[in-house]
Design a protein around this ligand. Structure first.
Ligand SMILES: Nc1nc2c(ncn2[C@@H]2O[C@H](COP(=O)(O)OP(=O)(O)O)[C@@H](O)[C@H]2O)c(=O)[nH]1
Ligand SMILES: [Mg+2]
Ligand SMILES: [Zn+2]
Length: 217
């Protein structure tokens, strides 16, 4: 049996489990966003800023995926919301089975919005359906405006893309125009946001979009 066949089987099994997760999210009316990015592009910082703004308005929860440590879950837990840490012990992506296990630990009847912070990696997390409502790809200004072309699957699978660390744009070679062109070339339907999770600049467009999506389905 070739390795390719094995990979296919894993993905097929994953599809079945993802379907089950999706049914749960649908039944419980939970908007679930799978956040994809390279390590360090600012997923956790963006989540923290987002949770601050949504506080008292929306009931969120977070599943944190990391290769090691529960540092990110600890950062999120400061916001007094349900959080589950998945430690993959070397695994470079989350899969639907891991999410199913995490769901058993969350108060699903009390949640409207579930963020899944995937393992930092722009490659295979794009291949794994977790049952999420949508995938959101995050790129930071220090990573280069050509990355949508280099990691097309992530930009193709996502419905939404956030350019983070815009506060650093004056210091790096990064053309927002080129980035937008590249991202829309891969996926013309992408909704694009630009923000700085550090300064808070541009975050409200994102949180308004989230709130609108939750209120209007
Ligand atoms: N300058 C700047 N730094 C940021 C921004 N967002 C995150 N960072 C920093 O980038 C590093 C990685 O952030 P983190 O949220 O842990 O990224 P993650 O690995 O994608 O979860 C940390 O040092 C953050 O303080 C931003 O908008 N601007
Ligand atoms: Mg993180
Ligand atoms: Zn992987």
């Amino acid at each position: 049996m070739s390795i390719i066949t094995i990979e296919k089987k894993i993905l097929e099994k994953n599809e079945d489990l993802a379907k089950l997760n999706r049914e749960i999210f649908h039944q419980k009316n939970i908007l679930t966003l799978d956040l994809l990015s390279s390590p360090g592009s600012g997923k956790t910082t963006l989540l923290e800023k987002t949770l601050e703004i949504l506080k008292g308005k929306i009931h969120p929860a977070v599943i944190e995926g990391d290769v090691q440590t529960d540092h990110d879950a600890q950062r999120i837990a400061e916001h007094q919301i349900p959080v589950v840490q998945i430690i993959t012990r070397g695994g470079c992506h989350l899969d639907a089975r891991l999410i199913q296990d995490a769901l058993n630990k969350l108060p699903l009847d009390e949640i409207q919005l579930l963020f899944i912070e995937n393992v930092g990696n722009l490659v295979c997390p794009a291949e794994f359906d977790l049952g999420e409502t949508e995938k959101v790809v995050i790129l930071s200004a220090t990573e280069g405006d050509d990355k949508p072309l280099k990691y097309p699957l992530a930009f193709h699978k996502a419905t939404t893309c956030i350019l983070n660390k815009t506060d650093l744009l004056p210091y790096v070679e990064f053309s927002v125009d080129t980035f937008r062109k590249n991202a829309l070339k891969i996926n013309p339907a992408l909704t694009l946001f630009e923000c700085s999770a550090k300064t808070g600049d541009g975050i409200e467009a994102w949180t308004d979009w989230l709130t609108h999506k939750i209120k209007n389905g």
